[in-house]
Ligand binder design. Structure first.
Ligand SMILES: NC(=O)c1ccc[n+]([C@@H]2O[C@H](COP(=O)([O-])OP(=O)(O)OC[C@H]3O[C@@H](n4cnc5c(N)ncnc54)[C@H](OP(=O)(O)O)[C@@H]3O)[C@@H](O)[C@H]2O)c1
Length: 276
């Protein structure tokens, strides 16, 4: 009798665990599907309607907050959700998983903490950041941090594959290269902003090739991340970043041409050197 009830309890525990694991997998798969499904409508709507912050700020989008605070809040899930989820993954103590997660955390440490501090110190904001846009970005970052952190810490299964370090270092080189371009470009832009007197034509380096080298660098970073993680979640993030930043870069490019007219160098492309 005793043995029987013991095995019933074990049976219940196992089915509960299996059910939880299945729910967990479903959550992951549906989230991944959502990441792919939100890309195309984002791309299409941003072609017609620019997110109303910075150069494309316009009234009618509800209350605004200061841009550094907006960046801090909306990008923060990438840090806190990742740190919250990572320990419960089956690979959480695998050094390879920790190493793989760190470029993502490094990027978001910069974007969430350092970048807002730079904006805050360097300049008076020209316009507020709409709360509505920040809330959408916050939602995206929740979804994306969940997918990236859960993939690396739990669902990735080929840590012992022989190609791990090849993919990791290959992707890391690309990632670091992109991050350097992104940070360099943002520093140039913030330097111009600090000079005061409104928007100027940025010059030198990558700015001679494209209007938005900061977005180009960002896209290169996530190409590196897709290679490093070798995953649908990494690739989905790359596609979404392009869906978001390519239309905005095109809009910025048109904006520069309209504002500076013949003073704006005609040879520049919007975001991908020599291409678009
Ligand atoms: N992963 C993603 O999907 C994603 C999405 C969005 C942004 N990001 C990244 O976040 C960072 C900021 O993005 P953003 O859209 O705010 O970039 P941005 O429009 O280029 O602005 C960057 C900063 O430079 C200032 N600035 C821009 N052009 C200027 C000019 N010609 N003269 C003087 N000042 C100028 C802006 O001031 P104002 O604010 O007054 O315009 C702002 O403070 C970028 O590194 C971007 O790659 C990533």
């Amino acid at each position: 009798m005793h043995h029987h009830s013991q095995s019933v309890i074990t049976f219940h525990q196992t089915t509960t665990q299996t059910t939880m694991a299945l729910l967990d997998q479903n959550l992951f798969h549906y989230s991944l599907l959502s990441l792919y499904l939100i890309g195309p409508p984002t791309f299409i709507s941003l072609k017609f309607l620019q997110a109303p912050y910075g150069k494309h700020h316009r009234p009618g989008w509800g209350p605004t907050i200061s841009p550094p605070l907006a960046w801090l809040l909306m990008e923060s899930p990438a840090l806190w959700l990742t740190l919250l989820l990572f320990p419960s993954g089956q690979h959480s103590t695998n050094p390879k998983a920790l190493i793989l997660m760190s470029p993502y955390l490094l990027h978001y440490f910069h974007r969430t903490i350092i970048y807002p501090l730079r904006i805050y110190r360097n300049s008076k904001p020209t316009s507020g950041f709409p709360v509505s846009v920040a809330v959408m970005a916050f939602g995206f970052n929740l979804l994306n941090a969940y997918l990236q952190a859960r993939w690396v810490s739990h669902y990735k299964s080929d840590y012992d594959g022989g190609l791990f370090w090849w993919k990791f270092f290959g992707g890391l080189v690309v990632f670091v290269w992109g991050m350097r371009i992104n940070m360099w470009a943002d520093r140039v832009l913030l330097g111009l902003k600090r000079e005061g007197g409104g928007y100027k034509v940025p010059r030198g380096g990558w700015f001679e090739l494209v209007s938005c080298p900061n977005y180009f660098g960002e896209i290169v970073e996530w190409i590196g991340w897709a290679l490093m993680t070798w995953s649908w979640s990494g690739f989905g993030f790359l596609l979404y970043t392009c869906a978001n930043l390519v239309p905005r870069a095109r809009a910025n490019h048109r904006w520069y041409l309209e504002k500076f007219k013949e003073d704006y160098p005609r040879s520049r492309r919007a975001v991908i050197p020599f291409l678009c």
